[in-house]
Write a protein that binds this ligand. Structure first.
Ligand SMILES: *[C@@H]1O[C@H](CO)[C@@H](O)[C@H](O)[C@H]1NC(C)=O
Ligand SMILES: *[C@@H]1O[C@H](CO)[C@@H](O)[C@H](O)[C@H]1NC(C)=O
Ligand SMILES: *[C@@H]1O[C@H](CO)[C@@H](O)[C@H](O)[C@H]1NC(C)=O
Length: 355
């Protein structure tokens, strides 16, 4: 198990290194950087390819984006090696009976955050979105409460430990931040960029400043903090990832984005054409098998609802497509600070798996 896991990690690490090299190469070519990310030729090639398994379009979300602007959204920085090695890895037993199809939205219909599609605007904050969204869902699943947690808190206040805010960060560092610093609610600290990048002349915004004060005067920063007990990785075995989502809720995943992915419209994505652009983090909420017999993961993106399948996408499952199974992260929400009725106590919510 550990062998497979380490191989997958090395693979992902190698892909990220490769990506950085590609990045360096690309920076030599300003021409490419300034050209449009969406290309009619890519749409035509995908849509005329009957074995691609997915359809492409000139996505309205990125109609005015250059390659450079699109790359800026892909803000995953690799987790430092030492940190990776000391991270607990959860492996679920292989004999657990799992359904062929699973969708967290219908499994926990009382949890509205699971089906929210957010918008990272033009900030490279995906590393924080995937983590904060998964943790919000897990609070509802674990404690039966509706709460939207604040991406802005992590983005602005985690600082150097997480990376470089809108210029990219480490998904794992975000999960660690929840354990030692907690994260306030969205109501206390809403996302700074609510306009998205559809308006003309929109440029890059700097990372918001950490204010440690709720925008609403009747809310207290310290009282709004929600903590998690731990931060862990899930074994790259697809069965283990499925068991984790089935038992504990959505997880954060990261993967390599190629040029063709910006054009995704529907179907089960697999990389078909175009070069590497960067690394992206998102929230995995389920799985299934398409009518064509292709196994997929169901994933919520943070590019608003005009992109993909109403803001979601499906990607091939079981083959570590674009590294999607290599860095699966989660944490267990804590009752600390919640003022819950005494029936909940942390002893009851220990990880139901071997670490
Ligand atoms: C069509 O898609 C398949 C599967 O992704 C790929 O192997 C093949 O190279 C594609 N063909 C063209 C012409 O792009
Ligand atoms: C999604 O896009 C719509 C239309 O442009 C916009 O009104 C809305 O605020 C966006 N959603 C988010 C979460 O930013
Ligand atoms: C969360 O809010 C939604 C919409 O207001 C409601 O239908 C649902 O029952 C709430 N869930 C919980 C767990 O309180």
């Amino acid at each position: 198990m550990a062998g497979i896991y380490i191989t997958a990690l090395l693979l992902f690490g190698a892909m990220l290194t490769f990506q950085l090299e590609v990045r360096a190469e690309a920076s030599n070519s300003q021409l490419k950087h300034d050209s449009k990310i969406l290309q009619d030729s890519i749409v035509a090639r995908i849509n005329s390819n009957s074995t691609a398994g997915w359809t492409a379009e000139m996505s309205p979300r990125f109609s005015d984006y250059t390659v450079g602007q699109f790359k800026h959204l892909l803000g995953v920085k690799p987790t430092p090696k030492g940190v990776l090695e000391s991270t607990p890895v959860v492996t679920h037993p292989r004999d657990l009976k799992l359904p062929d199809q699973f969708d967290a939205r219908t499994a926990w219909p009382q949890c509205g955050t699971i089906g929210r599609i957010l918008d990272q605007g033009h900030c490279g904050s995906c590393w924080a979105f995937g983590a904060v969204e998964s943790l919000s869902d897990r609070f509802c699943i674990q404690f039966g409460m509706n709460v939207s947690l604040s991406v802005n808190d992590v983005l602005a206040c985690c600082g150097f430990s997480c990376g470089d805010g809108c210029y990219g960060g480490s998904p794992f560092a975000a999960w660690e931040y929840f354990t030692y610093s907690g994260v306030v609610t969205e109501e206390c600290d809403p996302y700074f960029d609510t306009t998205g990048c559809s308006h003309p002349g929109c440029g890059e915004y700097p990372t918001p400043k950490c204010s440690k004060k709720c925008v609403k005067e009747n809310l207290l920063w310290s009282k709004s903090k929600h903590f998690s007990i731990n931060a862990y990785r899930i074994s790259s075995d697809p069965q283990s990832i499925m068991a984790e989502v089935y038992k504990n809720g959505p997880v954060e995943v990261s993967f390599i984005v190629h040029e063709d992915f910006a054009h995704y419209r529907s179907g089960v994505y697999k990389h078909t054409i175009g070069g590497t652009i960067g690394g992206h983090s998102v929230k995995l909420i389920g799985w299934g098998t398409s009518d064509d017999g292709e196994d997929y993961w169901l994933i919520a993106n943070e590019w608003n609802r005009s992109w993909g399948e109403d803001g979601y996408f499906r990607i091939r499952r079981g083959t570590n497509e674009c590294g999607i199974e290599a860095e699966v992260l989660a944490g267990t929400p804590s009752s600390r600070n919640l003022n819950l009725v005494p029936e909940y106590n942390e002893a009851d919510v220990s990880l139901d798996a071997s670490i």
